[in-house]
Design a protein around this ligand. Structure first.
Ligand SMILES: Cc1cc2nc3c(=O)[nH]c(=O)nc-3n(C[C@H](O)[C@H](O)[C@H](O)COP(=O)(O)OP(=O)(O)OC[C@H]3O[C@@H](n4cnc5c(N)ncnc54)[C@H](O)[C@@H]3O)c2cc1C
Length: 504
């Protein structure tokens, strides 16, 4: 047990010490990527997870559904990066790495001053950081030479001092940081509005410098860090299902439509059970386990915290974290709008990134008709608007992206809007110090989720790594003697200790 945690009381300590090593029944509330990853690494370590997911499908922010025509729609357009070692390793462990469709190593931006045209950052097949620097130097559409030089000079402290500097810059927004480093304002307008919206659904005036500098670090330091892949179908079927199968084939349990209603406590403040809300008039049910994990997003967790825990500093820090709104728009057209098989940065004030999924994703492929998936961000002024208003505004923006096709001759066949009022935590300056570790002060209670402290940002990689870290914390506190040592310790991709620094 870690020092400083609320003691589970003498009887519980004795119970744990006498019974060990045995497999721990671990109740996990939340079946997003963090909860599923935690469950996967717990079964690897010989423990028995029970996932409780509120929705009827797994996946949380990667969840997807089929409409009446059999077409998929998703919570978000999701891109995998070369700089996602834990996600890539997970795909390998599940034997599904062929499901990642890697795209050309490039970043493509729309050109607002020349509607319908693109500007590209092409990464040559050279070692990092030469490939990234070459990509930037070769692009002359977006930045002038003096602007590139001023930006390069501004980056010197981050390059020389590394991640410590990047962490310290959490007190500045990216706009403030650019000004501080004397980088011309046009660099922000041309490149970083788009990048900031893509990373956290907010603009550079709001986003913490740590977020952008961390991403730049990864993209420049790793040869394939910025290389992108699309999943070959819906994340629910192609990623969450194999994870769920892996867990249940090894003795774990996955329950959907099982919503955590309340955390029941023992007199010593440890968790006595998870109260699950009864469905369709059924009575509520108490699930008891040896250990308990919240894999819920931070917003519902904050609401559900027992009164007696709220005064603890550890839980108080969560008040500084809040999900940011975002909207995912799907538009099906009667013809092909583009042949581009990649992610595009729209550089539109309304939209962030988008892709023609009929080109980019095998299961959504259609040689004759485009299906655009577009992320609308920042979404705070749009989240309460009607789907019709959102689609109409998106179509107006598309006139600039596809001037030869929209409004004529392309016809919109149907649309689907998915709103997430509270998605990933809003990474404004000062948030790093609010991100909790996976180990809580409550002896039998852990946290997992992309918002918890791990060296990646709020992302699929962050969610998968957080799940692994939680499983690792549990496995090292409760090792099994009859499973290989490597599983008890749940190996991390690097030997570096994971500290409260978000990135290595
Ligand atoms: C529009 C959009 C685009 C994105 N694009 C990318 C991208 O391109 N690349 C990338 O890496 N990341 C992207 N992300 C971020 C990524 O999806 C998330 O970081 C990640 O999926 C979070 O996983 P999680 O398990 O931490 O949380 P979640 O996915 O939110 O999972 C939490 C789960 O808890 C469940 N839950 C909540 N309350 C209860 C309860 N009371 N009882 C039981 N269960 C409960 C929820 O239903 C949910 O399933 C995007 C997100 C969005 C919204």
């Amino acid at each position: 047990m870690s020092p400083g945690r609320i003691s589970p009381g003498r009887s519980l300590v004795v119970h744990l010490e006498q019974e060990l090593p045995h497999d721990m029944r671990v109740a996990i509330a939340g079946g997003g990527l963090a909860g599923l990853s935690c469950a996967k690494y717990l079964v690897d370590a010989g423990h028995t997870p029970i996932i409780l997911e509120r929705q009827s499908v797994l996946g949380g922010k990667v969840a997807a559904w089929k409409d009446a025509d059999g077409d998929w729609y998703e919570t978000g357009l999701h891109i995998f990066f070369g700089a996602y070692p834990n996600v890539l390793r997970l795909f390998q462990e599940l034997g599904i790495e062929d499901r990642l469709q890697w795209k050309e190593h490039t970043m493509i931006f729309n050109q607002p001053t020349h509607p319908g045209t693109y500007s590209r950052f092409d990464f040559p097949n050279l070692p990092a950081p030469v490939n990234g620097i070459t990509a930037i130097l070769r692009n002359n559409d977006m930045l002038t030479w003096p602007e590139k030089i001023r930006f390069g000079l501004g980056l010197i402290p981050a390059i020389v001092q590394g991640q410590k500097y990047v962490e310290r810059m959490d007190e500045y927004s990216f706009s403030e940081w650019l000004k501080k480093q004397n980088v011309p304002a046009r660099v922000e307008d041309e490149v970083f509005i788009a990048m900031s919206k893509a990373l956290n659904f907010i603009g550079p005036q709001e986003i913490s410098s740590t977020v952008i500098l961390t991403a730049l670090n990864r993209f420049l330091q790793e040869k394939n860090g910025s290389k992108m892949a699309f999943l070959d179908g819906s994340p629910t079927e192609r990623l969450c299902q194999p994870l769920a199968d892996y867990v249940s084939d090894r003795g774990g349990e996955i329950r959907t439509q099982a919503s955590l209603k309340e955390m029941l406590l023992n007199p010593d403040q440890t968790v006595r059970g998870f109260l699950i809300r009864g469905v369709d008039g059924a009575a509520d049910e108490v699930l008891t386990a040896d250990l308990y994990v919240s894999a819920m997003p931070v917003d519902p967790l904050k609401v559900m915290l027992p009164e007696s825990w709220r005064q603890l500093d550890y839980f108080q820090q969560l008040q500084g974290l809040e999900g940011v709104p975002v909207i995912n728009v799907h538009l099906w057209f009667d013809r092909k709008l583009t042949q581009v098989d990649h992610l595009l940065f729209s550089r539109s004030p309304l939209l962030s990134v988008y892709a023609d999924m009929s080109n980019a994703c095998r299961e959504y492929a259609n040689p004759d008709r485009s299906m655009l998936e577009l992320v609308l961000a920042p979404a705070k002024d749009w989240i309460s608007k009607s789907d019709e208003e959102i689609v109409a505004a998106t179509m107006t923006e598309l006139e600039k992206l596809f001037p030869d096709q929209i409004p004529q001759p392309a016809k919109l066949l149907k649309s689907k809007v998915v709103k997430t009022p509270r998605s990933v935590y809003k990474a404004t300056p000062g948030r790093q110090k609010c991100r909790p570790s996976q180990i809580t002060p409550i002896a039998n209670f852990y946290l997992t989720g992309d918002y918890t402290m791990q060296r990646y940002l709020a992302s699929m990689e962050g969610a998968v790594l957080s799940g692994k870290l939680t499983a690792q914390a549990i496995a090292s506190a409760h090792p099994r003697s009859d499973v290989p040592d490597s599983n008890n310790s749940v190996q991390l991709p690097t030997s570096k200790p994971v500290t409260n620094a978000a990135t290595a």
